[in-house]
Design a protein around this ligand. Structure first.
Ligand SMILES: CC(C)(COP(=O)(O)OP(=O)(O)OC[C@H]1O[C@@H](n2cnc3c(N)ncnc32)[C@H](O)[C@@H]1OP(=O)(O)O)[C@@H](O)C(=O)NCCC(=O)NCCS
Length: 157
């Protein structure tokens, strides 16, 4: 696979506007409106307890993962996506692993996420990385779209 670099976007990054702009474009393309953070991305990212990793391949943003740690108990993976033409090359898994490591440094004991059960690639990837289904949340995304809530627990030692 083309390797690229996974980079953390910082609030004071000089390229903030460009990177957020590129991600908003991807977000609009990949997710339906009711699941998209496109209009809120900048706002979400400026919150204190949130972070964003993106994959840069020769200057092109081809994937991203967003996470937050609202309390000391658990963190959330709030977004994960890879540009369509770059899928099935290990990038999604690399981004997810990097986001898990970022959450681990926050000393939380659990990571939570939500995924539409019909999103087989994502569901398979999360399961591969050790996430387990906790519960089905009905009408999570919209009146006719449910979500699995999944969790990954860290060892206490
Ligand atoms: C989910 C997503 C990020 C995966 O990205 P990716 O770069 O294609 O994934 P990878 O190449 O790293 O695949 C890693 C693992 O994911 C699973 N996977 C990925 N694509 C899959 C597919 N089409 N079908 C089944 N499993 C799949 C496999 O377990 C794979 O491991 P393997 O290669 O050893 O079989 C990507 O499909 C995507 O952006 N989807 C649309 C957005 C989305 O659904 N995001 C999640 C919202 S909760």
């Amino acid at each position: 696979m083309a390797k690229g670099s996974i980079i953390e976007l910082h609030r004071n990054s000089g390229n903030w506007n460009k990177i957020v702009g590129d991600i908003v474009k991807l977000e609009r393309k990949i997710f339906p409106k009711h699941e998209s953070l496109a209009t809120l991305f900048d706002q979400e990212l400026r919150k204190k307890n949130s972070g964003l990793l993106y994959l840069d391949l020769d200057g092109e943003v081809v994937g991203y993962a967003m996470y937050s740690w609202p309390s000391s108990l658990s963190a959330l993976i709030t977004k994960l996506a890879v540009k369509e033409e770059w899928r099935r090359q290990g990038h999604g898994e690399a981004l997810l692993k990097a986001a898990i490591e970022k959450c681990r440094t926050r000393k939380v004991s659990r990571i939570l996420l939500h995924v539409d059960p019909t999103r087989t690639p994502a569901l398979t990837l999360y399961t591969k990385q050790g996430f387990q289904v906790d519960t089905l949340v009905e009408a999570y995304y919209s009146s006719d779209r449910n979500a699995y809530r999944m969790y990954l627990d860290f060892d206490s030692n």
